[in-house]
Design a protein around this ligand. Sequence first.
Ligand SMILES: Nc1ncnc2c1ncn2[C@@H]1O[C@H](COP(=O)(O)OP(=O)(O)OP(=O)(O)O)[C@@H](O)[C@H]1O
Ligand SMILES: [Mg+2]
Length: 290
Amino acid sequence: MSSQIVSGTGNQSTEISMADFVIGSEPFYAPNGDEVEIFEAAWKQRLPILLKGPTGCGKTRFVEYMSWRLGKGRNRNPWPLVAVNCHEDMSAADLVGRYLLQESGTVWLDGPLTIAVRNGALCYLDEIVEARKDTTVVIHSLTDYRRYLPIERLGTVLRAHDDFMLVISYNPQYQSSLKELKRSTRQRFTVIEFDYPPIEKEAVIVARESGVDNETAERLAVLGSKLRSAQDETGVDPPSTRLLVYAARLIENGVSPRRACMTSVVNAITDDPVSTEAGGHIVSAIFPGE
Ligand SMILES: Nc1ncnc2c1ncn2[C@@H]1O[C@H](COP(=O)(O)OP(=O)(O)OP(=O)(O)O)[C@@H](O)[C@H]1O
Ligand SMILES: [Mg+2]
């Protein structure tokens, strides 16, 4: 794989170093099941993957870890990761590329998907369902036996590099009924389900990601678990592992545990005064007198 690509037409070009997309050191990732094995098997067969799960449960970290882990292999050393946060204004052109007007003329700029397809990167499209509908067209031909990207504006079709792999994420809890993944799209992907880990595992993650002692980490994990199981009664969002890590980091920096839990966890999941008070009681029970 070339370390530099040049995207451009005419006498202007834009250089992109693939080194910028490489995960340099091993990301910490605590598996919650057989997701690593499933990903590796899917990769060997060039099957696209859909990661399904709530916010802050480790999907992005998992993709970063897999990029690093598979990049250690002899033939893909390293394996760059092109990650894109999709949003409602994102169109196919944002993913594929566009002509830009510059002083010296018009220059073609590859979009992130094209960069990944051309160079054999792992491409992670986060919350693809948020993007405009025309993005499905470019994804469909990449995610079946054809493995090509139509670049309408260049009038060409780009065959995917053998090391190209597409991973998308989807959070079923947050989509309105208008924003569901089309059946014809989701049935192109192998689905790996994610969820928040059990207390012992979440405590390890919280300790490792923040530096707090094991006991504090475990109490934070218990808080996460209790607030999640109270979800049916309170109707508030379940707190993510990310929020528990935030609280732990505040504690590590001298904030009292109760205050840290209120600011980073309870206030982040609800605006309702009654739910906030109920959350406060749970916090006080776990961190009495702190
Ligand atoms: N299994 C895990 N191993 C290591 N760290 C984790 C794990 N799960 C969660 N974390 C921690 O939680 C944080 C949030 O995880 P991540 O960003 O991967 O969530 P996500 O599922 O991609 O969320 P979103 O849907 O909002 O993008 C990470 O930065 C990390 O600190
Ligand atoms: Mg993410």
